[in-house]
Design a binder for this molecule. Sequence first.
Ligand code: URA
Length: 212
Amino acid sequence: MKKECLEIVREKCENCKACALAASRTKMVFADGNPETARIVLIGEAPGEIEDECGKPFVGRAGQLLDEFLADAGISRENDLYIINTVKCRPPENRVPEETEQAACRKFLDAQIDIIKPDAIILCGATALKTFVETDRKRTISKLRGQWLTITVDGVEYPAMTIFHPSYLLRNRSMEEGSPRRLMQQDLREIKNKFLAEKNNIFAAQPELAAV
Ligand code: URA
């Protein structure tokens, strides 16, 4: 059911020319993940060069690093997540998408979230954070990451956690206590424990269910 509804949105995105990014893109990058099983929506910034070639989000270097952190936390990219970006087309030279471009794409983003109706949302990086939460000099990503916030999409409230963007972690390689990579590990493990672990716990308590 969700798949059919998303297919209608995808077709609209394929034909969208609401901003200039449509003219320079190679492929529109709609989403990745299994909409029927995903309980969490992860929102990134925008497609990069590799994503633009493949038509799939988070498959370049940043995506590969994200995959490593997801695996560490025990989060399945294929089953647990539905991954989207604030815009569906690559901004030239990988610049941050402009507000007008984000605004043009927003109805598609909201429609995808509305169809998935996730248990929680991960805001991956400062651009995704700013799309949903007011920030200022005191409320930066470094301050807000790791906190559970409530965001409203189309009148529905969702718990949301901000995490660092993996591109930032590519430039910060330390795994020391308190380093960005360590905090990313901590945040994803917290998300796993809060929203994805109870099924496993039920199975652990009643082993006979595990075979079902
Ligand atoms: N960075 C993002 O924010 N999204 C992608 O899909 C790839 C890189």
